[in-house]
Design a protein around this ligand. Structure first.
Ligand code: GRF
Length: 213
């Protein structure tokens, strides 16, 4: 069984989507551990309710990013994960951390990368009069909000959309697609070729999904 460690900082609705998919027998993954850098993260409660081990490591207790990352690696590696899943973890990692988990560290970003890396993605997509907005699930590389793309999901931006209404629909797409991307990983269907992720050895239409939400 593929072992996962999930890192969160906040509400953990994506964590919940993983918990629910595993419980429904749809995701052949064992969630070994959930770590937060914030003791109050609601996601920690979600994990405890599901009987999953939790820990929190407060970045403010470390003198440098490198020391925090080392403490994270030490804790994560005790769980011997096959995959480390960033699900709203609001810290940027050092290149050492990222390289330690090369091709087994995944992130979800609320935009159609390479468009709109960084924050305020929903507002920026509306302001740029984009037709589509979406989410990107990708392997993590040292550059922030970059890295080989596993799967993207998109929705049309409607004329009356606000950042809040878009965010709500984007979350629904996240909750459908993040477990799917991890399922592909667990089934060993993903391979990385230079900067592209292939599904079953080729670039597939399934890697860009449109939703009429
Ligand atoms: C998601 O919108 C994700 O795209 C971003 O952080 C948010 C996490 O939300 N990286 P939640 O904590 O899973 O509800």
């Amino acid at each position: 069984m593929t072992k996962a460690v999930i890192l969160i900082s906040g509400s953990g609705s994506n964590l919940q989507a993983f918990i629910d998919s595993v419980a429904a027998g749809e995701l052949p993954v064992s969630i070994e551990l959930v770590i937060s850098n914030n003791a109050d993260a609601y996601g920690l409660q979600r994990a405890r309710l599901a009987g999953i081990a939790t820990d929190y490591i407060d970045h403010r207790n470390f003198a440098s990013r490198a020391e925090f990352d080392q403490a994270m690696m030490d804790r994560i590696d005790l769980a011997e994960p096959d995959i480390v899943i960033l699900a709203g973890f609001m810290r940027i990692f050092t290149a050492e951390f990222v390289e330690h988990y090369s091709e087994r560290l995944v992130n979800i970003h609320p935009s159609l990368l390479p468009k709109f890396p960084g924050t305020n993605t929903h507002r920026r997509a509306i302001d740029a009069a984009e037709k589509w907005h979406g989410v990107t699930i990708h392997f993590v590389v040292p550059e922030v909000d970059a890295g080989p793309i596993i799967l993207q999901g998109r929705i049309p931006i409607r004329h009356n959309d606000t950042p809040e209404s878009l965010q709500q629909r984007i979350h629904r797409v996240e909750h459908r697609l993040y477990p799917l991307a991890v399922k592909w990983f667990a089934e060993k269907r993903l391979s990385v070729q230079v900067d592209k992720v292939l599904l079953d050895g080729e670039r597939s239409d399934m890697q860009l999904q449109s939703f009429d939400l």
